[in-house]
Design a protein around this ligand. Structure first.
Ligand SMILES: [Zn+2]
Ligand SMILES: [Zn+2]
Length: 384
């Protein structure tokens, strides 16, 4: 089958303390310290076969994630920017839709022909983190498209326990092609959903939400916030194309933070109340946190989503004075996040299709990642 393969050179930095397990398996927890000179190529590879607990999925659409981009971006010495868990060579891609074509001997949740999507983290279910319900931080996890083969390929195998049917999207999308395109945007939508409702506590209908950064996570997040009963959703973004997408989605209060005073804009849009919910989806923490701490509504929830390399100044007194809290949030696993997002999409309350700004064939998936890495578009999809 055809697949997009990323390979890189194993060259641990001398100061990086590899564990025995990392050395043996070449699965590393901080990729930026180990993998040099990444390169992408569309290749012919073997079609996978499902294990007993897995399903084989014929992939239809795959979204390009910021993490895919940061695997091909490098520092001056050629080490990749992506700093989490990987093994190479690997087929990347984890935001996908497809159709079940075969089920393993013990897999019985899905039928052949069923349209599906999948979570990313394959958790063990037995470690201490899993047993406390934090499956996303499983101590023995694998990640589809990071440590095991992902979806930039004609076929992918996934354990059925992390697969979800998207057949119910038929209610919202008449044609199968649109349904499958939309289903490839479920994964990015789950990131902010998990942050607001899996991690934070006490977000209420009627709250004012502010997104700092309108890449695909921020844009899909604005849709999630609106569907979840936000009184208004305000967005800040440097890129003009991304601001236009937000306006096309029907959001009125969308600003270039260089052209307005963001704190004033927030107070104006919220009738002087401030933001009940701030979502940091930019990674520009030195610019965003001063705005956040000066526009906190009483008991505000700040949800930190982005991966930021730098550290913000943090005005503890402001948080104290507003009885505000900051929640770190990573991923989307557990808490029934996927089925809830799928239900909102099926009910027509979230439509991410306007966020998809270009589509490339699998044969040009490498170019699609390079384009997405320019970070001007909404969501870039690969049509497998
Ligand atoms: Zn992603
Ligand atoms: Zn576990």
């Amino acid at each position: 089958m055809k697949a997009l393969v990323i390979d890189a050179e194993w060259n641990p930095k001398p100061e990086y303390d590899l564990t025995d397990n990392e050395r043996e398996t070449q699965k590393v927890h901080n990729s930026a310290q180990v993998w040099q000179h990444p390169n992408l190529s569309v290749e012919e590879t073997d079609q996978p076969e499902p294990d007993d607990d897995e399903v084989l999925i014929k992939v239809e659409y795959v979204g390009i994630c910021g993490s895919d981009c940061s695997m091909i971006e490098t520092d001056e010495e050629g080490y990749m920017h992506y700093s989490a868990y990987t093994q190479f060579p690997n087929i990347t891609g984890h935001e996908f839709s497809g159709v079940v074509v075969e089920t393993g001997d013990d897999a019985n949740l899905f039928e052949e022909g069923e349209p599906v999507t999948s979570e990313v983290v394959d958790y063990c279910g037995r470690c201490q983190q899993c047993r406390r319900g934090h499956h996303g931080h499983c101590e023995n996890f694998e990640q589809v498209g990071f440590t095991v083969p992902g979806a930039f390929a004609e076929y992918v195998t996934v354990p059925e326990k992390i697969v979800w049917s998207v057949a119910s999207l038929e209610e919202a999308y008449e044609d199968e092609d649109e349904l499958l395109r939309a289903a490839a945007t479920i994964e990015p939508s789950t990131i902010t959903f998990y942050g607001m409702f899996g991690r934070a506590e006490g977000i209420q209908p009627g709250d004012y939400h502010v997104y700092h950064g309108l890449g695909p996570i921020g844009l899909t997040g604005m849709n999630v916030s609106r569907a979840s009963g936000a009184a208004d959703v305000i967005g800040f973004e440097l890129g003009e194309e991304r601001r236009e997408i937000a306006k096309d989605l029907g959001f009125e209060h969308v600003y270039d933070p260089r052209e307005v005073d963001p704190v004033e804009a927030i107070y104006e849009a919220t009738d002087g109340r401030g933001a009940d919910v701030h979502l940091e989806t930019a990674g520009a923490v030195q610019a965003t946190y001063p705005v956040i701490e000066n526009s906190l509504a009483e008991e505000a929830n700040v949800v930190h989503i982005s991966n930021a390399a730098s550290k913000p100044e943090f005005g503890t007194r402001k948080y104290q004075g507003s009885s505000a809290q900051v929640y770190g949030s990573e991923g989307h696993t557990s808490n029934e996040v996927y089925p809830r997002v799928i239900r909102l999409m099926g009910a027509g309350k979230i439509d991410n299709l306007p966020i998809v700004t270009s589509t490339y064939p699998l044969s040009q998936a490498d170019q699609a990642i390079e384009r997405a890495a320019e970070r001007v578009e909404g969501k870039v999809l690969v049509d497998v």
